[in-house]
Structure formats: structure tokens, C-alpha cells
Design a protein around this ligand. Structure first.
Ligand code: FMN
Length: 272
């Protein structure tokens, strides 16, 4: 991180906002020590004279704030969140690469603990059918195993076990009509990360971005469960070894229209 001392006015805003205390004021100028800095970029964002840059990232992607382009009306935002649905009916239309890139961009700019930026993305489009097949088989075996070995511990899994066995049989009978795993979506994005929280936060923003682009999504927890027990699925999907899979987002153009929001449990809040 560098300070252009010609531009720096010594206002100290960067030092005040630096979480790790890496910036000190010296002779009326900001001095970034680059010792504890974790490249969060707050100094770049807060500087009134744009005096701070970095070699670490592409500075061309920094955008100046403007009210018209950056602010969202809170009522619209909440309605957007409330109106979001898991979409499980998709048109037979592919999703263009630039749309998938825009979705990933929403993930990329999501915060990460310690600014780790540890989330990676695997986009699968080409061999989805093969991946589906092996995932169905894996879920089927997982389901059969649970049903054949009832125990108090797996009691709550029995409902899913029955569902997986049933899903597999129906899919095998008619794959085109009975795909409850990915619902015939044309693409999935798998996120991996060191931290589950980081990938989950990124995924949530990615979903909102997909909705803003007119696309529909749902998260496939079933896929994540299957891939955890069968490494062959990971290999087929092209997820690099050693990466921890957190979410699988199924994406396509919705073939269903929702007309209103849905009700939910009251928030469980403790005020003190
Ligand atoms: C972590 C997670 C895993 C999920 N796994 C699946 C899944 O495997 N298959 C599926 O059809 N929906 C899945 N869903 C979607 C939920 O069923 C859905 O979010 C929930 O029923 C509420 O519906 P809504 O998303 O339309 O509000 C998952 C959602 C989350 C957050």
C-alpha cells in the first residue's frame, strides 16, 4: 500500500479508519508501514484526495461513489430480499458466461473474515448430466444405508434418506422429467473456502445478483452432502483437491412466476 505524499493532506482519516493500526502520521503525512496491513483497502476508500494505491490489486476497478449508482432504497431492498425464492423450475436456456461472471463478481466483493478472500468458484455447465448421475447414485446409497441402519442418531435423516431413494428411482425412470437434484438447471456454481461463513456470505450475495439479472437459483444442500462422501463427484466437477466445498448454487432462467412474498416465523429476538 502506497501513499502519494504529493497528494496526501495529512488529514489522518486513513490512520483513524485503519483496523490493524498499520498507518501512522509522520511529518504531516500518512505513512503505511505494510506490517500488519491486510489489504482491506479502507485507506483507499476513505482518502478524500485519492492519495492511496496498491500494487496488490487492480486499481482500475476502484469506483468513485455516486448517489445515483450506489444507493438502494431500503424498502426496495427489503422487498427484493423478501421476494427472493428458491427457483426449481427452469427454462431450457443456457446462461451466458457474462451473467455467470457478474454473479461471481458479487461473491468476489463480499467481505471475508480478516480480508482473507479465500472463496473460489467452480462453474459447471458441460458435464452436468454425468455429475447428476453419480450424485443421484451416491445419495441413493447414502439413503439406503441410513434406512438399513436405523438408530436414534439418524432418526432425523430418515426423511431425507427416503427422499433420496425415491428421487433416484424416479430420475432413473425418466431423467428429463424427474430431476429433483438440479431441476434441469443449465449451470451450477460451487463455492469453496477455508471458512464456511465466508463462502456462505458470498453465496448469498451471488444469489441476489442472480435475481437482479433475471435468473433463478436454489442452493443444493443435497449435492454438498453427496460430494462430501464421494470424492469422484468433486473430481468430475473439477473442484481442485484440498478445497473445502461449502455451497452449490443451481442457476437458470425461471420457468415459474411468483406473485407475492411468503410468510415466515416471527423473528426470535432477545433485546437486552
Ligand atoms: C443451505 C441450503 C441448502 C438447501 N438445499 C436444497 C436442496 O438440496 N434442494 C432444494 O431443492 N432446495 C434446497 N434449499 C432450498 C430451501 O429448501 C429453501 O431455501 C427453503 O425451503 C425456503 O424457500 P425459499 O428459498 O423459496 O424462501 C436449500 C437452501 C439452503 C439455504
Amino acid at each position: 500500500m502506497k501513499v502519494d505524499t504529493e497528494k496526501c493532506t495529512g488529514c489522518g482519516l486513513c490512520a483513524r479508519d485503519c483496523f490493524t493500526g498499520d498507518i501512522k502520521m509522520s511529518s504531516g503525512k500518512a505513512k503505511i508501514r505494510n506490517i500488519t496491513c491486510f489489504k482491506c483497502g479502507h485507506c483507499i476508500a476513505v482518502c478524500p484526495v485519492n492519495a492511496i494505491t496498491t500494487d496488490e490489486y487492480d486499481m482500475h476497478e476502484v469506483k468513485e461513489y455516486s448517489k445515483e449508482k450506489f444507493d438502494i432504497d431500503p424498502e426496495n431492498l427489503l422487498n427484493f430480499i423478501k421476494f427472493r425464492r428458491s427457483v426449481r423450475q427452469f427454462k431450457s436456456i443456457d446462461v451466458a458466461k457474462d451473467k455467470l461472471e457478474a454473479i461471481i463478481e458479487a461473491g468476489r466483493f463480499t467481505q471475508t473474515g480478516g480480508n482473507l478472500q479465500d472463496v473460489s468458484y467452480t462453474v459447471v455447465r458441460e458435464n452436468l448430466e454425468e455429475i447428476k448421475e453419480i450424485t443421484y447414485e451416491t445419495l441413493y446409497h447414502m439413503g439406503e444405508h441410513t434406512l438399513a441402519n436405523p438408530s436414534p442418531e439418524n432418526e432425523s435423516h430418515r426423511m431425507y434418506a427416503k427422499m433420496w431413494v425415491d428421487m433416484y428411482r424416479k430420475y432413473r425412470d425418466n431423467p428429463a422429467e424427474n430431476d429433483k437434484l438440479f431441476c434441469n438447471a443449465p449451470a451450477i456454481i460451487i463455492t469453496t473456502a477455508f471458512s464456511d461463513v465466508n463462502a456462505s456470505l458470498a453465496s448469498s450475495n451471488m444469489e441476489l445478483m442472480a435475481n437482479a439479472l433475471g435468473l433463478g437459483t436454489f442452493f443444493s444442500g443435497f449435492f454438498v452432502r453427496a460430494v462430501a462422501v464421494n470424492p469422484e463427484i468433486r473430481e468430475m466437477a473439477g473442484v481442485p483437491e484440498g478445497k473445502h466445498i461449502v455451497t452449490c448454487m443451481t442457476i437458470g432462467y425461471p420457468d415459474v412466476k411468483y406473485r407475492r412474498t411468503v410468510p415466515r416465523k416471527a423473528a426470535d429476538i432477545s433485546w437486552k
